[in-house]
Write a protein that binds this ligand. Structure first.
Ligand SMILES: [Zn+2]
Ligand SMILES: [Zn+2]
Length: 225
C-alpha cells in the first residue's frame, strides 16, 4: 500500500504488516483511515460497535515510544473523534508486550491502541474483575519510564492530544485478552471474549461502513466549506 515503506519496517509473518502492505478484499482487513505512518482498523472480534485499533505502519512491539510523538497523537485524536462522534464517549487501552510471542499482545507482536466506545468505567470494571492487580496513575508519555521494561496494561478514559492521563498496571505474568474478558463480562457476553472464536463479523462490518462513511462526509464537508 505504501510503496515508500522501508523493507526492514515490515515483518512477513505479521497480520498487521500484511494488512498494510497489500490491498485486501475484506473490509475488516482494510484500514478505514490512514496517514503516512498510521492506520485505523476495526477490531476483529469487535464486541461493541465502533471498536477500532490505531496501528503504526512500522513494525514495533508496543506504543511506549509513539506516546511521545505528536504525529501519533494527531492520528490517534482523529481516530478517537471519528469513533466518538459516531458512537459516543471512548476509552483507549493498550496491552504492551516486550517480545513478539508474548500472550499479552493478543496474538500479534505488532503494537496497536484499542479505541472503544464504552458507557461504563473500564478501570473500575478491571479492578472489580481482578482486585489483586495494582494500577498506578500514569500519563501516556511516561509509560517508557513507568513500565520499567516490564509488560504493561494502560487504560485512559479521557484521551487528549497533549496529555493523556490514565492508569498503568505492570504485569508479572503474560496476560491474554485481559480487557476483552473485562468488557465481555460487563456487557453480559462473558463467553464471547475470545476474538479467535468469536470474530463478530457483523458488528465489525457495520462499524467499518459507519466509520468509512463518517470520514467520507468529513472530507467532503471540508472541501465544500
Ligand atoms: Zn507487523
Ligand atoms: Zn489488542
Amino acid at each position: 500500500m505504501n510503496r515508500f515503506q522501508a523493507k526492514e519496517e515490515i515483518k512477513s509473518d505479521c497480520r498487521f504488516c500484511d494488512y498494510m502492505s497489500q490491498s485486501s478484499n475484506s473490509p475488516i482487513d482494510t484500514p478505514w483511515m490512514s496517514s503516512s505512518k498510521h492506520s485505523a482498523f476495526v477490531s476483529v472480534g469487535a464486541l461493541i460497535e465502533g471498536w477500532s485499533l490505531v496501528v503504526p505502519k512500522k513494525h514495533i512491539i508496543n506504543l511506549s515510544s509513539e506516546y511521545k510523538s505528536s504525529e501519533f497523537w494527531n492520528f490517534a485524536s482523529e481516530t478517537i473523534s471519528a469513533v466518538q462522534e459516531s458512537y459516543g464517549r471512548v476509552t483507549i487501552f493498550e496491552h504492551g508486550a516486550f517480545k513478539a510471542e508474548s500472550l499479552t499482545g493478543c496474538g500479534t507482536g505488532h503494537a496497536h491502541l484499542h479505541v472503544v466506545p464504552l458507557d461504563f468505567s473500564l478501570i473500575e470494571a478491571a479492578k472489580e474483575f481482578n482486585p489483586d492487580m495494582k494500577w498506578e496513575e500514569c500519563c501516556a508519555d511516561e509509560i517508557t519510564e513507568k513500565s520499567q521494561g516490564q509488560e504493561y496494561l494502560f487504560v485512559s478514559e479521557k484521551p487528549q492530544r497533549n496529555s493523556t492521563n490514565g492508569y498503568i498496571c505492570r504485569l508479572k505474568d503474560e496476560t491474554s485478552q485481559f480487557f476483552r474478558r473485562v468488557i465481555a463480562l460487563k456487557i453480559g457476553k462473558p463467553n464471547e471474549f475470545d476474538y479467535k472464536k468469536f470474530k463478530m463479523t457483523e458488528i465489525a462490518n457495520s462499524s467499518v461502513e459507519t466509520l468509512t462513511d463518517y470520514c467520507w462526509k468529513k472530507a467532503n464537508s471540508s472541501r465544500t466549506a
